[in-house]
Design a protein around this ligand. Structure first.
Ligand code: F0G
Length: 359
């Protein structure tokens, strides 16, 4: 259950809560939809099985639009309003577009989103539509969509709110602050999915800023997870046709490539890839053993952590935080591949009792 102080923090939102750490001025509107202040859920089963000192899940699916994107979006939209913008645009694998659409709707901007046709999860598409964004589906993947919207922004008066917008990264670093504020120090290891690579960049910045300011005694090793079929940072080269069940991270040429590699190397961490089966298994374990439902891309962080423990790259006893970037309800079709259909039973007590094994 959330505490009173958590409720108060999310009512503040990340701009008001962390304004001294953010590039805001007196003229920046203190807007919020209640993003941030997400819980660090302690693992009940998995951490112990892995032999870790502790394991927490930073449950970012509990943000207003169901993903971590809201932290960066609120800052990007506030700065856009401050600059007098009337419209925002983004390319997206789904969550950025859902977040942009919601914040634009709330704060009176027009939103345009460009998505890979047929390439994003159904709930994310619906979010952009229901908030009134103009949704354009293009042939090609996320990388093509991002190239396109960058060119549009060069020509037209519209603000780009992908994570190449520096205010997005600034807002997203607040998740690292919250981890330190909640746990009392930085963990030894942060496990995080990597797609366009903005978020690993943001966490690393947040941890460093808090460390420099004396708010934490250590810096975590950053362990990034990609899907085998969409692992440009692991291969060291762009992937022309990225393929994975984790559609949120189906990205072949991440925009924040250099800063992700810097986060990995400066933190003495690693970026590795895992199979789609491992991702779906990890998603299922989180749901069944921990009661935490995240989308497939998010479960990549647990899958890569498990792989790293097995290989010895993460030592027993380590204190780990695993970032779960988006809610499981974002992508019902992916999760549905791993569950049993409901049992059809007669509407009588004997049949229900027998089917429940209570007979
Ligand atoms: N997890 C989820 C649920 C995401 O939606 C994304 C990215 C990532 C992880 C990876 O984060 O790109 O900062 O490395 N989604 C973007 C989008 C690309 O358009 O919604 P990243």
């Amino acid at each position: 259950m959330r505490t009173r102080s958590h409720l108060a923090m999310s009512a503040l939102g990340v701009i008001a809560r962390y304004e001294q750490w953010l590039p805001v001025t007196a003229a920046t509107p203190r807007i919020t939809l209640g993003e941030g202040a997400t819980p660090c859920v302690p693992s009940r089963v998995i951490g112990e099985r892995l032999g870790l000192g502790s394991l927490h899940f930073k449950y970012e699916g509990l943000n207003p639009t169901g993903s971590f994107k809201d932290r960066g979006m609120v800052v990007a939209v506030a700065k856009a309003i401050e600059a007098g913008a009337q419209a925002v645009i983004c390319a997206s694998t789904g969550n950025t577009s859902a977040s942009a659409a919601a914040y634009a709707a709330r704060f009176g901007l027009r939103a345009g989103v460009v998505i890979p046709s047929g390439g994003i999860a159904s709930s994310k598409l619906l979010q952009a539509q229901v908030h009134g964004a103009t949704v354009l589906a293009i042939p090609g993947g996320f990388d093509t969509a991002l190239r396109l919207v960058r060119e549009v922004c060069d020509r037209s008066p519209v603000t780009l709110v992908n994570s190449v917008n520096p205010f997005r990264i600034e807002g997203q670093k607040t998740a690292a602050f919250e981890i330190v504020d909640d746990l009392g120090d930085a963990p030894d290891v942060l496990a995080i999915p990597v797609g366009n690579a903005g978020n690993i960049t943001a966490y690393w910045r947040g941890f460093r800023e808090y460390h420099v300011a004396g708010r934490s005694t250590l810096l975590p090793r950053m362990i990034g997870g990609q899907a085998d079929g969409a692992a440009p940072l692991v291969r060291g080269a762009p992937v022309a046709e990225p393929a994975t069940v984790a559609s949120a991270i189906r990205i072949g040429n991440p925009a924040s490539w250099e800063s992700a590699v810097a986060a990995r190397d400066e933190s003495e961490g690693l970026i590795d890839s895992v199979s789609d089966a491992d991702i779906l298994d990890a998603q299922s374990r989180l749901a069944r053993l921990e009661g935490v439902f995240c989308e497939p891309a998010s479960a990549t962080s647990l899958a890569v952590l498990e792989k790293s423990v097995a290989s010895g790259a993460v030592a027993p006893g380590a204190h780990v935080v695993c970032v779960l970037t988006g809610h499981g309800l974002k992508d019902p079709l992916a999760a549905a591949t791993r569950v049993d259909p409901p049992q059809e039973v007669a509407a009588d007590v004997a049949a229900v009792t027998a089917a429940l094994g209570l007979g």
